[in-house]
Design a protein. Sequence first.
Length: 342
Amino acid sequence: MSTSTSLVGGVGPALLWTLWALTFVALLLVGLRGYAASRKNNRWRWDFIWIVLAVTCGLLASIFVTFAVMKGLGNHMTRLNLEQIYDLLRLSYFAIYMGTLSIAFSKFAVTALLLDVQQGSQNKFRRYILWAVVVIFTITTLLEIFLTAFQCHPLSKVWRVADPGSCPAQREARTISYVHSIIGGLTDVLLALFPISIVWNLQTTLQVKIGFCALMGLGVLPAIASFARYHLLHRMYAVQDTSYAEGLFMIWAAVEVGSLIILGSIPPLRPLFMRIAYGESKIRISHGASSRMPTRLASQVGTELATSNDKRVAKIVQNMDEEERILVSRSYEVETGYNRTC
């Protein structure tokens, strides 16, 4: 096959479009977070630090995938020679390492945000759950990267599959890949539904609760991608057309990485979007000096909030029990990024 012939084919173009569309949106939102929601009390917020690491690893993964597509990733094996297959597999593994780290850092960013919301709460059980998510996913991520990278002797046999050598840990590497996908999907569901346990106890309208829960429920999209990745892993190991099957796998991996960063960036940017949509003057009352009324609490009084006075706001806050006031005020502080001594 002539080396001048383009190797981009099969699902390669679809992979590139999906990958870079998600990467562009993710970079844009993280950039906005750097502008509007990166610091708190003159310190870098941990959720912002983690999301920067996530988008950096995601960008590196996108670059590796792009070069892999140029080498034939997503195309059919029958159209590639052996060296081209080796090249695309090598680049694909580098992309997988970076993508795996990006997924972990994205989850850490969401967890850091939820832990900050929970700060000051009397309910320590919720915090233990979040820390358990961090510990479990950290362990599976490290095992995934280590076993995948060191499953063969020599190491290059991971992608140079026809070279002399052995892969004594190949079975363990494949098993941890399945486990990583399943645990990733389950933790995505947990992190998406976790805020519901906070908002459902607040004294607000059912419509507001349902709307908020629906917004947070979008976090199950990465879980769907993770479970799809699990299915495609089995297919990738079973079929002969590995380059094409791995292209399909990479599409869903890109959806998972991109959606984690994008959906995880929406809550911290909500105040910025509100200022753009409604103007500063209409929402200033929601963080007045005497009441510090949370953004979510504004939905409880509807459009009349813009003309209400601080006494009415204070009365609503006082009607909530102590734990709910702590949860809401902490949530508001995290979302707005305003500096306030707690």
